[in-house]
Design a protein around this ligand. Structure first.
Ligand code: SF4
Ligand code: SF4
Length: 350
C-alpha cells in the first residue's frame, strides 16, 4: 500500500533552478534540475546532478586562501594542495558548513532541499513570462522520477495554478512512477540515446530495455488517456558514441513502430562542450574534454536519415551549435565557422 506523505513536510533535493530557458519545451520556461540520476553517461553535461546527495565544489578564481573552510569542516574532508582547496569526497557528508562560512563564495553546495510550497512560490515568480510566451515549467535532472512523490505534488500544484508543466526523463524508472507523475504533465521530453542494448550499457552503465518499454508505456498513455498531452523524443548526438548512421536509423525505426501521431517532435541535439569546467570543479576527468562540435553538414545528414525511417518527416529537427566547413578560400584552407541552431537538449545547466 502506498502512503502519501504530508505535502507540507515533503522535501525534494534540487540542484538548480534555471530561468529563461528556451530548450526544454515550448515558450520561455523555468527548468528545475533535480538531484540524482540512475545513468552515468560518459558524455553527461550535468555531472553534478548524478549523485542524489548535496555536494560541495570549489571555484578557484574566487578563493582568497583564508583556509577558514578547512578549520570548520567537521569531517576533516578539506585540505590544501598545490592546485588549491581539495575535497575528500569519501569523507564529505555534504553538510554545507564550509560553503556557509566561506567569505568569498568560493565553495558552493550543489543541491538544496525545498518543500513543494517553497519551490512553487519561487517558480511562479516567472508566471508573466510563461503567459506571454506560451511557456511554463520543466522538471529535469538528473532524473526527476527518482523523486516521484515530490515531483508529483510539485506538478499537481503547478497545474492547479494554470501553469504548463513538462517533465524531462531518461526513461529509467518504474511504470508506477510514470503513472503517478504523468497525469500532471502537459508534455514529456523523453531521451532515447542509443538503440543497441550493449552500446547503451557501455556508454551509460545500463541497458536500454526498460527505457524502450517505458517509451511504449508513455506512448500508450498519450494515445489512450490523452495524458500527458504531448511526447517529444530527444537524441543527443555525441561524437564517437551516438552519432552513427546505424544508431539514428535504428532509433527512427523503433519510433516509427509506436502509435501514429503520438510523437510530435524528434530532436537531434548536437554535442557541445560547455560543461568542461564543471568536471574540473568536481575534481573529475571528462572523456569528451577535447571533442569538437559536430559539423553542420553531418547534423543535416543525420536528420535526413531520421526522416527516412518511417517517422513523420515533419517532426524531425536538429538543434545546437555546430562547426561549418565551407569551400576552400584563396589560401587553400577550409573556411570554418560556428552555427547556432535555436535550441539544444545538450545545454544542461550553464
Ligand atoms: S574559506 Fe573560501 S576563500 Fe577561504 S580558503 Fe576556503 S574556499 Fe578559499
Ligand atoms: S560540505 Fe561539510 S563535510 Fe563536506 S567539506 Fe564542507 S564542511 Fe566538510
Amino acid at each position: 500500500m502506498s502512503v502519501t506523505k504530508d505535502i507540507t513536510t515533503l522535501k525534494g533535493t534540487v540542484l538548480e533552478i534555471q530561468r529563461m530557458s528556451t530548450e526544454d519545451g515550448p515558450g520561455i520556461r523555468t527548468t528545475v534540475f533535480m538531484k540524482g540520476c540512475p545513468l552515468s553517461c560518459t558524455w553527461c553535461h550535468n555531472p553534478e546532478s548524478i549523485s542524489p546527495r548535496p555536494q560541495v565544489h570549489w571555484i578557484g578564481s574566487r578563493c582568497i586562501m583564508c583556509k577558514m573552510c578547512i578549520d570548520v569542516c567537521p569531517e576533516n574532508a578539506l585540505y590544501l594542495d598545490a592546485g588549491g582547496i581539495e575535497v575528500n569526497r569519501e569523507l564529505c557528508t555534504g553538510c554545507g558548513r564550509c560553503a556557509d562560512e566561506c567569505p568569498s563564495t568560493a565553495l558552493e553546495l550543489l543541491g538544496r532541499k525545498w518543500t513543494v510550497h517553497e519551490l512553487v512560490a519561487e517558480l511562479v515568480k516567472d508566471r508573466a513570462f510563461f503567459e506571454k510566451s506560451g511557456g511554463g515549467i520543466t522538471v529535469s535532472g538528473g532524473e526527476p522520477t527518482l523523486q516521484k512523490e515530490f515531483v508529483t505534488e510539485l506538478l499537481k500544484t503547478l497545474r492547479g495554478q494554470g501553469i504548463h508543466t513538462a517533465i524531462d526523463t531518461c526513461g529509467v524508472c518504474g511504470k508506477d512512477a510514470l503513472d503517478r507523475i504523468l497525469p500532471h504533465a502537459n508534455l514529456v521530453l523523453f531521451d532515447v540515446k542509443l538503440i543497441d542494448a550493449e552500446l547503451h550499457r557501455g556508454f551509460t552503465g545500463s541497458s536500454n530495455e526498460r527505457i524502450l518499454e517505458n517509451l511504449w508505456h508513455v506512448a500508450r498513455l498519450v494515445k489512450e488517456h490523452l495524458y500527458p498531452r504531448e511526447l517529444w523524443v530527444r537524441t543527443p548526438v555525441i561524437p564517437g558514441a551516438t552519432d552513427t548512421d546505424e544508431n539514428i536509423r535504428g532509433i527512427g525505426e523503433f519510433l516509427a513502430g509506436l502509435p501514429a501521431g503520438v510523437i510530435t517532435r524528434w530532436e537531434l541535439c548536437a554535442f557541445n562542450n560547455l560543461c568542461v569546467d564543471k568536471y574540473t570543479r568536481l575534481g573529475r576527468q571528462w572523456d569528451f574534454a577535447d571533442a569538437a562540435l559536430m559539423y553542420e553538414e553531418r547534423m543535416e545528414y543525420l536528420a535526413e536519415i531520421a526522416r527516412s525511417t518511417g517517422v513523420d518527416p515533419a517532426i524531425v529537427l536538429w538543434t545546437g551549435s555546430t562547426r561549418y566547413e565551407g569551400n576552400n578560400d584563396d589560401t587553400g584552407e577550409k573556411k570554418k565557422s560556428i552555427k547556432n541552431n535555436p535550441t539544444s537538449c545538450q545545454g544542461g545547466i550553464t
